[in-house]
Design a protein around this ligand. Structure first.
Ligand SMILES: C[S@@+](CC[C@H](N)C(=O)[O-])C[C@H]1O[C@@H](n2cnc3c(N)ncnc32)[C@H](O)[C@@H]1O
Length: 388
């Protein structure tokens, strides 16, 4: 993200109510039990992508594992949707233009998205009505219990309605629909996933026509190569089929440049100092989180407002001997760009501190990738970001 150049601290206003909800006092063996459950859960999430294995009960229906999931992955992931909202906001593409949202989160687990979205809405003076939907009554119960103290003053509802999300969507008429780390579990087959997302976008378009309110579909996936490539391919197909319009992270209708190389992928990384109470559980399970790593797309059923930016840095800053390099997403595909320290000028020297996610209006780049000059959108400087 262009606004997370340095490590940011996990917000205190989020950490305090989360710690109170997740770590009730008076159970000295809780940390060890959760650590053990998390160790086996991690294997299935990281390697098996959480998908159901025949003959095995899914972790979402096993209380001990669902609670370990909530204790670790909820705080580790809840800021991802907030980062996506903040990026839109700072670019002047207000993600809640009406000042309020009816938000439906599919595959909500213990309500991970609720915490990040509610914190962001409270911090930005927006209102929120949140509904989380999941297959698991264990998670729905946990989501309700954790959010019950109502830390940000917004109502959260958790449902395990049977059947298709489409019925729920038509009933609720949400302004925002999200899948956070859940789309590949809910629709494991990428072809079926495409068909279902097309139906959801069509239903969102009908809602827009009926009440004139703008709609968004936010999909967040883990930042791994497989998950990120699947998300990029889904985005490309939705655009090719004219089923939806993208506002972020891609800057126009260009196909994903990362898919040109089977080993490549595009993702975000925002370094974060997580609270000690989360790190303690991680250490117990042999895990450590130092950043939010994810891929995302923000889709719309009708043409959205867009950022004037046309170029985005899609790699980390690569410090080489005598020069700095990065990979830039352009309308013609990805390309390597560099500035040699000895040739830095007032028009390109800021590039020596460039960061993943940075957006540029335009650039002059030589044949060998030497950056001569470039310009940033003016939104880069104001208002101050919530992530510092
Ligand atoms: C990796 S978890 C993500 C949970 C939460 N969104 C988060 O980011 O922490 C995936 C969630 O999808 C839910 N899920 C999987 N298949 C589903 C289905 N067919 N219908 C509804 N929910 C499903 C699981 O129960 C689980 O809560």
């Amino acid at each position: 993200m262009f606004f997370t150049r340095d490590v940011f601290s996990f917000p205190e206003a989020l950490s305090r109510p989360l710690e109170a909800a997740l770590w009730p006092a008076g159970d000295p063996s809780l940390l060890a039990r959760r650590g053990q459950a998390l160790r086996s859960l991690w294997e299935r999430l990281a390697k098996g992508r959480g998908q159901t294995v025949e003959g095995q009960t899914h972790y979402s229906f096993r209380r001990e594992e669902a609670e370990a999931y909530a204790a670790y992955y909820l705080p580790a992931n809840c800021l991802k949707p907030a980062l996506v909202l903040e990026e839109s906001f700072l670019l002047g593409l207000d993600p809640l233009p009406a000042g309020e949202s009816r938000w439906l989160d599919l595959g909500t687990g213990p309500g991970t998205a609720f915490w990040g979205v509610a914190w962001w809405c409270a911090s930005r003076g927006k209102k929120l009505q949140f509904t989380g939907w999941d297959q698991s009554p264990v998670f729905a119960d946990l989501g309700r219990r954790l959010s019950q103290p109502n830390p940000f003053g917004f109502r959260a509802d958790f449902q395990t309605a049977k059947g298709e999300p489409l019925q729920l969507l038509r009933k609720m008429a949400p302004t925002h629909l999200s899948f956070v780390n859940s789309i590949a579990e809910i629709y494991p087959d990428p072809e079926k996933r495409l068909g279902e997302v097309e139906k959801l976008l069509k239903a969102l378009r009908e809602l827009e026509r009926a009440d004139g309110q703008k709609r968004s579909l936010i999909v967040i996936e883990p930042g791994s190569r497989e998950s990120s490539r699947e998300l990029a391919a889904l985005k490309d197909k939705l655009q090719a089929n004219r089923a939806g319009h993208i506002s972020l992270p891609c800057l126009d209708r260009r196909a994903c440049g990362a898919l040109a190389d089977p080993k490549d992928w595009c993702h975000e990384e925002a370094a974060c100092e997580f609270p000690d109470w989360l790190n303690r559980l991680g250490a117990e399970a042999g895990l450590r989180k130092e950043a939010l790593l994810f891929s995302y797309v923000v889709l719309h059923p009708s043409e959205p407002a867009s950022s004037p930016a046309r170029l985005r840095i899609v790699s980390q800053r690569l410090e080489r001997k005598g020069q700095v390099e990065c990979r830039l997403c352009t309308a013609e595909g990805k390309r390597a760009v560099r500035v040699q320290r000895s040739k830095a000028t007032s028009e390109n020297e800021a590039f020596l501190q460039c960061a993943r996610g940075e957006l540029w209006l335009d650039a002059q780049i030589g044949e060998k990738g030497d950056l001569e000059r470039y310009s940033l959108p003016k939104q880069h400087s104001s208002p101050p970001s919530l992530f510092s």
